[in-house]
Design a protein. Sequence first.
Length: 202
Amino acid sequence: MVLGSVVSAFGVAGCKRPAPSLVAHGDTFGEMRTIKGDVGITAKGQTKRAPYPRERVAEGDQVSLGQGALAWIRRDSGAVWLVAGPAELTLSTDAVNLASGRVFVDGEDGPPIRIDSARGAIELSDARASVDVNDGALDTYVLRGSARSLAGASKVDRAIAGERLTLKADGSVVRTPSVAWDDWTGGCLLYTSPSPRDRTRS
C-alpha cells in the first residue's frame, strides 16, 4: 500500500478522532478500553487483573496484551494509542515504556510523545506513527509529523512522513525512505471510540 493510500484510509468520512477530555480524574491521566482478547493491567502495589470497561490509567500502570489482543488508550491531553498483542508497556505521565509489542499513535495537534524501550527512546511530534519493539530493534514508521531518536546530546536522528526510523540492538540509528506500509490497524479502528461488542463482530 503506498503512502497516499494509507493516509487517505485514515481520513475517510466518519473516522473522527475522539475529543480530548478537559476534566482531570484524580491522579489518572487517560482511559483504556479493551477491544478484544486477553488484556491485563497491574497498578502499583496491586496484582494483575482484567481492566474495567473504561479503565482510568495512572502513573506506573503496567499493561499486558496476549497474542491477537487489541487495546485502545486515550490520554487526556489528546493522544490516542492502539496497542496490538503480544505487548508489554508501562504508562507514565510523560512517557510510555514499550518493552515489547506494536502500537499506532495519533498525536496530531498535541504535545510531543516519548516512547522508551530497551533499544533507546524516540519522540513523536505532531505525528501519526506505527512503532514496533522486538528483540532486535525499535522500528518506527511515520505517516505524518516526525519522529526523532533521543540518544544523548551527541546524536539525534529524525524521520518525517514516508520514512522509517530504526534503533538497532548495536546502538545504531538508521533512517530509510519507505513509501509502503502494512496498515495493521484496520483503518478507522483508532479514530472511533471503540465498542468491544461492535469490534468483535469485525
